[in-house]
Design a protein around this ligand. Structure first.
Ligand SMILES: C[S@@+](CC[C@H](N)C(=O)[O-])C[C@H]1O[C@@H](n2cnc3c(N)ncnc32)[C@H](O)[C@@H]1O
Ligand SMILES: [Zn+2]
Length: 371
């Protein structure tokens, strides 16, 4: 985050402008600092180049101990409000979303290695990313891109190669701190924010393109989050989301989701190891059934359930499939969108659908223009 970019943000409590009170630079980037709202005096910390913006009533549910320690060490205790050092145990599903994905991304950190991202045909490679996002990547040149729910940075990595002027990433979990690791050359054009995208601090009309890939289904109030995504985008800008589809997803909607009532009674590390079983089955079924049949006759193979999805996963190593199964099973909030709901969502937000595609049979990619 650069000093000059603070003007792109406002206070999430009252909407007031923010002023940089204290800061420490490394080169021209704010390494750590303290922002203060000029209207209500609420303070927000920046640590390790990441601005932390949570509503005051939930701040301590999201903060991890290492963040509290760092905030105190840098002398920004006013950002902890009146609860210095206090940590609340939360049962809120959105807080669980943040914690679970923080843990998942730390366990599967190696899947965001540059080598894998640079492999065009790997699951994290550019070919699939373009399918998910559904926008011509050459449009990113010179633009400000807002990425909601950026995970550990796969979209940011790929989009940074297409010469955007700036990328702003809003992510609820601690994986936001890892996003810069693969793109040191892009650091000065990157703004990282740890926040809930339904309540993020980026001002209205900031981005030319806003993207939320594989994530809106995990946001408690996805309607509010989508509205915010549209508001963050300039007039004539583009908004792209890629979400779970309800259609063609019987196994998820009728088997996995109902089973979660029981599975989620167990701690996360057990859920992780439970995910090995479907992962082994899927890995074998793809290699022993889907791939051989598709080599013999694609017409016959297409009649198999989830054919497109399985062929997409056939490009993945076992570790990727394990991570995918864990991702699907642990998610504390998962919503499956019907086509009609997405059409309705775009109507409600006054945007025009440019593309609505059932990607790999199990996802919807919706690209809209803000008219
Ligand atoms: C399935 S991961 C996808 C990450 C990334 N977009 C990708 O495709 O690699 C979902 C991400 O959404 C984030 N997320 C979920 N709810 C969020 C919210 N309300 N605000 C911001 N991020 C959120 C999670 O922490 C997680 O990193
Ligand atoms: Zn304020």
């Amino acid at each position: 985050m650069l000093i000059g970019e603070i003007k792109l943000l406002n206070c999430i409590d009252c909407g007031g402008d923010l002023k940089l009170q204290k800061y420490h630079l490394s080169n021209t980037i704010i390494n750590h600092g303290l922002l203060e709202c000029v209207s209500c005096a609420r303070c927000y910390p920046i640590i390790d180049q990441v601005g932390i913006f949570f509503r005051r009533e939930v701040l301590h549910e999201y903060l991890e101990q290492f963040e509290i320690d760092r905030i105190i060490e840098y002398g920004y205790s006013e950002a902890l409000l009146n609860n210095v050092g206090k940590k609340k145990i939360s049962m809120d599903a959105q807080v669980k979303v943040a914690k679970n994905w923080g843990s998942l991304f730390s366990d599967f950190n190696s899947l965001s290695d540059k080598k894998l991202l640079d492999d065009e045909n790997s699951q994290g490679g550019i070919t699939f990313m373009k399918r998910f996002i559904g926008i011509d990547f050459s449009l990113f040149a010179g633009k400000t891109i807002f990425i909601g729910c950026g995970g550990n940075g796969n979209e940011t990595y790929h989009i940074s190669k297409y010469k955007p002027a700036k990328i702003i990433v809003a992510e609820i979990g601690v994986q936001v701190y890892t996003i810069k690791k693969n793109i040191p050359e892009f650091e000065s054009s990157l703004m990282l924010i740890r926040c809930d995208i339904a309540f993020h601090p980026v001002k209205e009309g900031t981005a030319e393109v806003s993207i939320c890939n594989h994530a809106l289904q995990h946001v408690k109030d996805w309607r509010a989050a989508y509205q915010k995504l549209v508001e963050t985008t300039k007039e004539k800008g583009i908004i792209s989301i890629c979400v779970y589809s309800y259609e063609h997803n019987f196994i998820m909607t009728h088997i996995v989701e109902p089973s979660k009532v029981i599975i989620h009674l167990f701690p996360l590390r057990i859920i992780k190891w439970v995910s090995v079983f479907p992962a082994v089955m899927i890995y074998l079924v793809i290699r022993l059934i889907y791939k051989p049949i598709s080599h013999i006759s694609e017409i016959i193979a297409r009649k198999l359930p989830l054919y497109e999805h399985m062929m997409f996963w056939s490009h993945s190593t076992f570790k990727y499939i394990f991570c995918n199964c864990y991702d699907l099973i642990h998610a504390p909030i998962s919503y499956h969108f019907r086509e009609n709901e997405l059409r309705e969502l775009s109507r409600a937000n006054n945007v025009r659908i440019q593309k609505l595609e059932n990607t790999f049979g199990t996802l919807w990619t919706m690209v809209v223009d803000k008219v």
